[in-house]
Design a protein around this ligand. Structure first.
Ligand SMILES: C[S@@+](CC[C@H](N)C(=O)[O-])C[C@H]1O[C@@H](n2cnc3c(N)ncnc32)[C@H](O)[C@@H]1O
Length: 334
C-alpha cells in the first residue's frame, strides 16, 4: 500500500469500515511524523553542533546565560497552541470521546470542570447529553469573550463560577463527573484540589483529567512561541531563566499570568506547581478512595534528540521525566 499515491490511498481507506480506516490513517500519520521528526532532528543537530561542538554536553550549563541566548537564536520556534473556537471545540470533543471509549456514558450526568479556562468542555456538554455543566476558574473573562459566538441555548445551559479553587470548599456529592484539562500542572496545591474533586462527586462518580506538558518534559516551562529552547527549566538556574525571560524577552511584562503579581528571580515559573511525574503518579494511583480506570502516560518524542544530547546536564531527571509529557487519568469514587 505504501506505493499508492495519496489520493488512491485515501480512496482505499475511505472504503474501509470506520474503526479500521481510523487505525490505518493513524498509522500513516505516525509514520509520517516519525520521518519528519528524524529529519528535523538531524537538521537541528547540525545547527547545534555549531554552538556546542559534536557529542553530548557533559558539563553543567546552569549558570551560562550566553549558552541560553545562543540556543534561543538557533533552534526552530515551538508551535503555539491554537485557541480559535473551532480548535477549542475539537479538543473538547476529543476529550469527551475518550470517556465514551472507556464505556462511560455521559447522558444525564452533572458535570463540573475545574480550571475551565475558555469553557470548551462546558460548551460541548449538551451535545454529550449532560444534565448540567458548571465551570470554575480564577476568571471567566476568556469564556465571556467567546459567549456571544455560542448557540444561546448552549450559553444558557452553562454556569461559570469565578474564584481560587485552592481556597474553595465545594458543595459535597453533587456531581457525577469532575473534569480538569491542562490545569493540574498549574494548580499550586494539587492535593487539596483532588480532595475537593473527590468531595464534589457522588459515590460512583468519575474524575477525568488530561494535562501537560509536565514540568520536567521538553516544553514543561510553558514558554511556547516565546523561546524555542526545550528543557530550559531543567538546564538553567532560576536566576538565568529569570534574567533571560523577564529581562531579555520582557515576557508578560514580568507578571504572573494568573495573579498579576510581579515575578521574582526565585521562581520564574510561578504559574506552575513544578510537580514531577512521580508525584502525580502517587497522587492519582496511591489513594484507596478511588478506583483507577486509566492512568496513561503520553510521550513527547519531538525533543528526544535534544534530551539525549543534554541529558547529562539534567542529572536529576530520568528519561521518563524528560519524555513523559502528558497524563490522562480516569478515576472512580469508591
Ligand atoms: C492552561 S489553562 C487550561 C484551561 C482549559 N481547561 C483548557 O483546557 O485549555 C489553566 C487554567 O487553570 C486556571 N487555574 C489555575 N489555578 C487555579 C486556581 N487555583 N483556581 C482557579 N483556577 C485556576 C487558570 O486560570 C487557567 O484558566
Amino acid at each position: 500500500m505504501s506505493k499508492l499515491t495519496n489520493a488512491a490511498r485515501a480512496a482505499v481507506v475511505k472504503a474501509l469500515p470506520g474503526p479500521l480506516a481510523r487505525a490505518i490513517t493513524q498509522s500513516y500519520d505516525k509514520a509520517y511524523q516519525n520521518r519528519r521528526r528524524r529529519a528535523e532532528g538531524r537538521r537541528r543537530m547540525a545547527a547545534l553542533d555549531e554552538i556546542i561542538g559534536g557529542g553530548p554536553v557533559t558539563t553543567s550549563i546552569r549558570n551560562d546565560i550566553e549558552m541560553l541566548r545562543k540556543l534561543h537564536g538557533v533552534l526552530d520556534p515551538i508551535p503555539e497552541m491554537q485557541f480559535g473556537l473551532d480548535d477549542l471545540l475539537r479538543r473538547a470533543r476529543w476529550r469527551m470521546d475518550q470517556l465514551g471509549e472507556k464505556g462511560i456514558d455521559t447522558k444525564g450526568l452533572d458535570l463540573l470542570d475545574v480550571g475551565a479556562g475558555r469553557g470548551e468542555s462546558l460548551m460541548v456538554a449538551r451535545e454529550y447529553g449532560f444534565r448540567s455543566a458548571t465551570g470554575i476558574d480564577y476568571s471567566a473573562d476568556y469564556y465571556r469573550a467567546l459567549e456571544p459566538d455560542l448557540d444561546p441555548e448552549v450559553a444558557a445551559s452553562i454556569q461559570y463560577v469565578e474564584g481560587n479553587l485552592g481556597e474553595m470548599t465545594l458543595e459535597p456529592e453533587c456531581r457525577d463527573l469532575v473534569t480538569s484539562f491542562q490545569s493540574f500542572e498549574h494548580f499550586l496545591d494539587p492535593e487539596r484540589i483532588m480532595d475537593q474533586c473527590h468531595r464534589a462527586l457522588r459515590t460512583g462518580g468519575y474524575f477525568y483529567t488530561v494535562f501537560g506538558p509536565l514540568f520536567r518534559a521538553a516544553l514543561g516551562g510553558h514558554r511556547f512561541g516565546v523561546t524555542p529552547v526545550p528543557y530550559l527549566q531543567n538546564l538553567f538556574s532560576n536566576d538565568v531563566v529569570f534574567r533571560f525571560m523577564y529581562g531579555d524577552l520582557d515576557f508578560r511584562g514580568g507578571r504572573n499570568t494568573y495573579t498579576g503579581e510581579p515575578v521574582t528571580a526565585e521562581n520564574p515559573f510561578p504559574e506552575m506547581n513544578q510537580w514531577t511525574l512521580a508525584q502525580f503518579e502517587e497522587l492519582f494511583a496511591a489513594s484507596g478512595r478511588w478506583r483507577v480506570i486509566l492512568i496513561e502516560k503520553g510521550l513527547d518524542r519531538d525533543y528526544e534528540w535534544f534530551a539525549r544530547r543534554f541529558g547529562a546536564a539534567m542529572p536529576e531527571c530520568s528519561m521518563d521525566d524528560l519524555l513523559v509529557s502528558r497524563l490522562s487519568v480516569i478515576l472512580q469514587k469508591k
